[in-house]
Design a protein around this ligand. Structure first.
Ligand code: PLP
Length: 381
């Protein structure tokens, strides 16, 4: 099997599963209980938190959630509702994941005014449009770091710098497709008020993630309960999952950051091969503006589903636009904002890598793509 759908999820590392099992077996006390066993378990959370702090190199505190969807909801709904008295305007990137776009729709129903940044042909938000939208009425700005459809790198550092002039505006960044996959220095997270991530995107288990937050007074809770993790997040703390997430982050980032240049070379090689041998394919993930572990391409005149199904026959697994969108009929927002034609959007597939491919695997992938291309070339535009 060749699994090339790492943006949807990754396989948990063995040591991650082992640490999850060990904590479940040996450290199962509720960390909020008053006894010594609970205090031991509490130290495991603190050790994990130290690892997050050392990885992200910022002063954020962490709220542990079921994943980035929950983190994004807590951040957007929480900040907007808390800050409503100071302003009603939110500035957002329009190519966000549904776990950002749908809370924004909810906030619109509650009376907030959402202003959308422009996006260029590479899938990057436009800084000038952002600066034109900013005013002292803005209470929240939200923009992802790495887009999940084409892998475009967003100008988080520049947005953070401009937002220094608007101290009332909370800056939230969805870091889901960046964490554990690349060096995060380029984003300057110290200027970001909150950011979200999910462990299963970096070889952790599913159902655990985090919201890093500078000041949780900026949030109104969206759920109520025992307040086990401050007033913002209630429920018995999932210690085994948190510990295993810290393990996953260490292991994944160690491997991926060191091999980032190799990922770039691999992507470049695949692009060149496609340009030479499959000239009717449109490449949607420009090398300069996108991360190397994501390749998005369009078979114009053939649907992405046809290509995904054809690759299934070779035991190769890729995605159409994204797992979250593929069950819905609407055209993908990112590709639409990149001014792609309906045919290009419908014909797009996403290949996403969690490791450098061996020469053998790379050959298998390119051979399969070429054979499929030959079989559909006549109907392509
Ligand atoms: N944000 C981005 C950019 C994503 O790609 C995803 C998942 O694909 C999410 C948020 C949601 O993550 P989860 O499903 O783990 O909550």
């Amino acid at each position: 099997m060749i699994y090339l759908d790492a943006c949807a999820t990754t396989k948990p590392y063995e040591e991650v599963l082992r640490s999850f099992m060990t904590v479940n077996e040996q450290y199962y006390a509720n960390p909020n209980s008053p006894h010594k066993f609970a205090s031991t378990v509490q130290t495991l959370i603190e050790a994990s938190e130290e690892q997050f702090t050392s990885h992200f190199q910022t002063e954020h505190a962490y709220i542990y959630t079921s994943g980035a969807t929950e983190s994004n909801n807590i951040a957007l709904l929480g900040v907007a509702r808390r800050k409503k008295q100071f302003g009603q305007t939110i500035v957002a990137s329009p190519i966000e994941h549904p776990s950002i776009l749908n809370p924004l729709k909810q906030l619109e129903k509650e009376g907030f005014n959402i202003l959308w940044m422009n996006v260029d042909q590479y899938g990057c938000v436009d800084i000038d449009s952002f600066s034109n939208l900013m005013s002292t009425d803005v209470i929240l700005v939200t923009c992802m770091a790495i887009n999940n459809i084409v892998g475009s790198i967003q100008p988080i550092k520049a947005l953070g710098e401009m937002l220094q002039h608007y101290p009332k505006a909370h800056f939230h960044v969805d870091m889901t497709q960046a964490v554990g996959k690349m060096d995060l220095n380029m984003f300057e997270l110290s200027k970001v008020d909150s950011f979200s991530f999910s462990a299963h995107k970096f070889h952790g288990i599913k159902g655990i993630g985090g919201l890093a937050i500078m000041n949780d007074n900026q949030l109104q809770p969206i759920q109520y309960g025992g307040q086990q993790q401050t007033t913002i997040k209630s429920g018995t703390i999932n210690v085994p999952a948190i510990v295993s997430m810290a393990k996953a982050l260490n292991e994944s980032s160690k491997l991926k950051i060191n091999r980032y240049n190799e990922f770039i070379q691999q992507k470049d090689g695949i692009h060149r091969y496609i340009q030479k041998n499959m000239p009717k394919i449109k490449l949607n993930s420009d090398i300069e503006h996108t991360v190397p572990h994501v390749i998005n391409l369009s078979f114009k005149g053939v649907t992405g589903e046809v290509i995904v199904n054809a690759l299934n026959e070779y035991d190769i697994y890729v995605s159409t636009t994204s797992a979250c969108h593929s069950k819905h009929q609407s055209l993908n927002e990112t590709l639409s904002h990149m001014n792609m034609s309906v045919e290009e959007i419908k014909g797009s597939i996403r290949i996403s890598f969690d490791d450098i491919l061996s020469n053998e695997t790379l050959d298998e992938l390119l051979k399969a793509l070429r054979e499929i291309y030959k079989s559909v070339e006549e109907v392509m535009n």
